[in-house]
Design a protein around this ligand. Structure first.
Ligand code: F6R
Length: 245
């Protein structure tokens, strides 16, 4: 098993390629299950999917989605909540029914966490599992919010965010003190069960971690390195993020 590597001339080419794969999947299987990521990286893919919806009639009416993660301790309406992000960049512009969208809540009470996370996993299973998972990668090597130390078989759970992850999020939240300390994330085991995975990474800031994920040993210190053991994973890079390979 090895990761399929695509080094694209531009981010736009990468975005179009991933969006086209998703469109082909949906046309072949209208009730496809998508695993979705937030952050700056997948925005271009969502823009392209919106374009395909408006200009080429791609319908999401039967598609079901599961987001990777969500911050804890902020309101859903907070501009940086992933609920808000997904509606702003994708869901408000396509024909997916609200009932088909799954994103972990932002204020899951501690006492309900275990049942809540178990239920999230069960819902993925009930819908037949994730057909196509979009991933970004954090500078800690996280996929979802599986920070260093996450075991390969971990499942959906609450996690303490790494200091580097919080620092990277600080500009969006105004300052570090406003960045949530915790999130709910799908686990590495959950992600690895997706039938196809596309990880996107752009820019020089991602070059070092992309190299470790692709070329380094498979290690719990770099969750993305687990993808080396997945049967259908592609990395979509630009020249900058691929510059240390
Ligand atoms: C987001 C997620 C994270 C991001 C990663 C990269 O749902 O799960 O793993 O993909 O932090 O973020 P950006 O794209 O902002 O560099």
């Amino acid at each position: 098993m090895s990761i399929t590597l695509h080094i694209h001339a531009t981010r736009e080419t990468a975005n179009k390629k991933v969006a086209r794969e998703i469109a082909e999947l949906i046309r072949a299987k209208p009730h496809a299950v998508l695993g979705l990521a937030t952050g700056s990286t997948p925005i271009g893919v969502y823009e392209e999917l919106v374009r395909l919806h408006h200009q080429e009639g791609l319908s999401f009416r039967q598609v079901c989605t599961f987001n990777l993660d969500e911050y804890q301790g902020i309101d859903l309406s907070h501009p940086e909540s992933y609920w808000n992000f997904m509606h702003r960049h994708l869901f408000d512009h396509i024909d997916i029914p609200a009932a088909n969208i799954h994103i972990p809540g932002t204020r899951v009470p501690s006492l309900e966490l275990a049942d809540y996370c178990k239920r999230y996993e069960e819902l993925i299973t009930v819908h037949g599992g994730i057909d196509y998972q979009i991933l970004g990668i954090g500078r800690t090597g996280h996929i979802g919010f599986n920070e260093p130390g996450s075991p390969p078989d971990c499942r959906t759970r609450r996690i303490l965010l790494d200091q580097l992850t919080r620092e990277d999020a600080a500009p969006a939240f105004g300052d570090l003190d406003h960045v949530p300390t915790h999130a709910i994330t799908m686990g590495c085991g959950t992600i690895m069960e997706a039938r196809h995975i596309a990880l996107l990474a752009f820019g020089t800031a991602k070059a070092a971690i992309v190299r470790k994920a692709l070329r380094g040993p498979v290690s719990s210190q770099i969750s993305a390195s687990y993808l080396q053991n997945h049967e259908h994973t592609s990395f979509h890079l630009d020249h900058e993020s691929a510059s240390l390979l």
